[in-house]
Design a protein around this ligand. Sequence first.
Ligand SMILES: NC(=O)C1=CN([C@@H]2O[C@H](COP(=O)(O)OP(=O)(O)OC[C@H]3O[C@@H](n4cnc5c(N)ncnc54)[C@H](O)[C@@H]3O)[C@@H](O)[C@H]2O)C=CC1
Ligand SMILES: CC(C)CC(=O)C(=O)O
Ligand SMILES: [Mg+2]
Length: 404
Amino acid sequence: MAACLQLNAKSYRAFLSTTSAPKHSAKPARMRCSAASPSKRYSITLLPGDGIGPEVISVAKNVLNLAASFEGIEFKFQEMPMGGAALDLTGVPLPEETLSVAKQSDAVLLGAIGGYKWDNNEKHLKPETGLLKLREGLKVFANLRPATVLPQLVDSSTLKKEVAEGVDLLVVRELTGGIYFGKPRGFGTNEDGAEIGFNTEVYASYEIDRIARVAFETARKRRGKLCSVDKANVLEASMFWRKRVIQIASEYPDVELSHMYVDNAAMQLIRNPKQFDTIVTNNIFGDILSDEASMITGSIGMLPSASLGESGPGLFEPIHGSAPDIAGQDKANPLATILSAAMLLKYGLGEENAAKRIEAAVLDTLNRDFRTGDIYSPGTKLVGCKEIGEEVLKSVDAQVPASV
Ligand SMILES: NC(=O)C1=CN([C@@H]2O[C@H](COP(=O)(O)OP(=O)(O)OC[C@H]3O[C@@H](n4cnc5c(N)ncnc54)[C@H](O)[C@@H]3O)[C@@H](O)[C@H]2O)C=CC1
Ligand SMILES: CC(C)CC(=O)C(=O)O
Ligand SMILES: [Mg+2]
């Protein structure tokens, strides 16, 4: 079963049943249960990538496997090279075989790509180009990035407690269009003979309509508020974005639509983040605003994401990068990747019980005060990537079975 965003009104219902933001309900671990015999099998492509990618994927894979086993699910994992690791191995950042295996699987779990070693490569030989090609190849245009301030981590937020407490927002980022993909792009010389670099922000009507529908449907399942973020006071592409979003809004009279310029949105996220429910925006603004939103929750190491298309497998990845500054030191926070694995189960495979088991295990681990350095606060236990992963596994294992 592959992740599927059915964007016509008739067949939207299947997707809608799984579009609400993860609800975290911490339940204390009470009894151990044994795994059911496998009855469902899924193939998962693992793309560890670079830097901390392999560290967080190794931990998340174990958590995914254990949580799923309680629901009678068995995985066939296939690990493939991607990003800088693939460049070193094959000379390209997204080998054809990697894309082909990913396309044929039920879901794809990615760590992160990139690093200093490849920073000065030509564009087509950059790890980041491989990631864009992967998203394009899988046609995963809708990137859901939930930012929820967990009560356990309010003190880790860089904002005052009263500002951060209770924040629960979702950025719906358009992922396969806009300036990251627009043409023309490149380097050249202008009429004055000066060297230039240029990119193009361009959106077709169908690209805006489909992401707007995902956002309206998602907002409808949440608190019914959608804020479209653009730069329509300056950019033609944004003026067009706003016009199309307003047109699609007529299909959703029950959703309260507002518009905000991106500079103001960046400021409002820090001033009063609780005003936001669902945000829909283009590729580059969504990239930037979701990193900003992550710090409200305590750390970029906490934010998962799901990227979905109209058909085919979904792509699930933490929103952070390869963090070369801490790579190989067992310092990475794997919770964003673990929560991405929960999104994989929920949005990618429709396996809600296993997803809930992971979410509850993360909360239980935080309740037991285990913290990596990025979310550490005095009085909690500082541990590394592997150790917090072991603690999450214990919490998965110790839960009352959800459906077995
Ligand atoms: N999806 C992807 O694979 C992405 C890849 N990148 C690539 O990653 C490389 C590094 O980019 P940066 O701009 O430094 O962004 P980054 O997200 O990798 O790191 C930013 C800061 O956050 C910290 N951080 C990130 N993830 C963390 C985690 N799980 N636990 C604890 N701390 C964490 C890092 O140590 C660093 O100080 C670049 O090559 C960039 O292109 C960047 C963003 C997304
Ligand atoms: C590395 C980029 C291609 C993407 C990025 O920063 C992101 O998707 O968050
Ligand atoms: Mg980013």
